[in-house]
Structure formats: C-alpha cells, structure tokens
Design a protein around this ligand. Sequence first.
Ligand code: PMV
Length: 290
Amino acid sequence: MTTFTGRGHGKLILSGEHAVVYGHPALAVAVDRGAEVSLRRIDGPTRTCAETLCDVRLTEALKAALEPTGWEVSVKSDLPIGRGMGSSAAIAVGLVRAQAAAAGETLDLQTVWERAFAAERAFHGTPSGLDQAVACRGGMLRYLKGPPPIFVDLPCPDQAIVVLDSGEAGDTAQLVAGVRARRPGIDPVLDAIGELVLRVEAALPDPAAVGPLLTENHALLQQIGVSNPMLDGLVQLALDHGAWGAKLAGAGGGGVVIALTAEPESLVEVARAHGVDAFVCQTMPGTTVP
Ligand code: PMV
C-alpha cells in the first residue's frame, strides 16, 4: 500500500532564544538529525503506529491533525524530545509534507511554515515560529518574528557542533511565560541578547570567534532566569576542556548545551566520562525542495 512521507530538520539555536519572542532577531541552524512522518491508508479509525512515539501529547496532536478515520501515522525521529532541538517542529513539518504528498499538493516553503506553525501553536502556546522556519527550510537562518515574519537564509558553514544533553526536558511554554513575567525588568538583557545576535552573525563562519560570543549569550540567558545549575555545569565542562565557547540552546530549564570546539570527538568522550549524554551534530545546508 502507498505510503506518503515528509521530513523536517532538527535545529539548534545559536543565539537569540527568548529575545526573539519580543521582536529581536535570532540565529538558528539545521542539523543532520530530524523527523520523518509517514502516512498509510488503512480501514478504520486513524491510529499512530505503536512503537513510533512515546510522547502522549505528540501522539494526540498528530491524531488531531488528521481525519478521524483512514490513516496510520508513524514517526521516525533521532531528535531527543523536549531538549530544544526542534523535535515537535520537525514532526509538524514532516506531517504537513506527508499530508501534502497524500493530497497530491506541491507546497511552497511559506505554506509549509504556515501550516506547521498553526500545528505548533496548539502544542506550545505562543511560539515565535523560529523552530518551524528551520525545520522546513534547513540551513542557517536569521529570523525575525512577524507579522510578517522575516526569514534570511545565511551561508551555512560546514560546522560540527557538540551537543551535551542535560537529560531533562525543558517546558518551553512555561519558560517563555516565566520570561514574560519578569519583564519589563529584564528588557535591557533581552536588548543585549538582540545586539549579541548581530555580533554572532558577523563572526560567522569562524567558530573560534563565535565561541566566546556563545558563552556571553549563556550569561545573558542566566540573567533572564532560564538556565539552571546543570546547564551552567555543562557549559563549564565544555570550557574546561578547551571549547571556544558554549551556551544552553533552546528554551532552557533543561534541554541541551551546545559547544564549539576544535576537538568535537574528544569533548564528547570527556562528557560521556562524566556521565553526560553527548554527541556531535553537523550543520545542514538549506533545502530548496519544498
Ligand atoms: O522550543 P525550544 O526549546 O527550541 O525554544 C524555542 C525558543 C524560544 O525563543 C524560547 C521560544 C520561541 O518560540 O522562539
């Protein structure tokens, strides 16, 4: 029986998370991990393929996005859930593309983004749209929240990024709400993050120059209250072992820390020796295929 598939990229935010919600730019890059969603016609009620997803909310969101009967949906993803790597956005984009394939539609990138963004609103409350933008476009992106949102595709350096997993999921909606509650007191820090994003962009593609700016970004994220001792410890671990720089990536409160270093594999080894789940991601050039 015919299966319709669609794929979305995973992402890492290099700079600008949280500030992007308040109109500052953010820089994010797609990585060589992602989610693939498959749809298969069946008789009877729509169901998810049992072994594909352990996240109940995601399973419900997928079923809600489909007709009540006639589909089996399955997901293959190598993105950790709730770690700031854009797992739900990649799945939303994969689903939009799989549905379009099933309907014989050809969608442009803007339409893929719009549909995936609508699905993510149900999931995350008030997302900026950044995750969906990278999930559908790939590559390196400067993003400015709308309306209308502005996407600027930047040259995507071929870069290894070390990901250090805190082992805990951060609740994006709750963290965004926490930041909102601390405004306007923290607005100068959000402004400083916005300025830093432009310095990071100017430093691309020299990772040795970008690194210290990431560490600076982490300090600002600490000031807006989204880091925690575990994440600070992972940043320090990376710096103690020769990284050019490191920061939490995503909403914080858990999730991952990213590090730029000349020796990615040896940092991964060190992290694992400390009991930290770590891996290397490679940046992914942008897609021109809708
Ligand atoms: O979903 P996460 O953890 O990658 O965080 C998204 C980044 C935020 O700026 C915190 C929220 C948003 O919608 O942009």
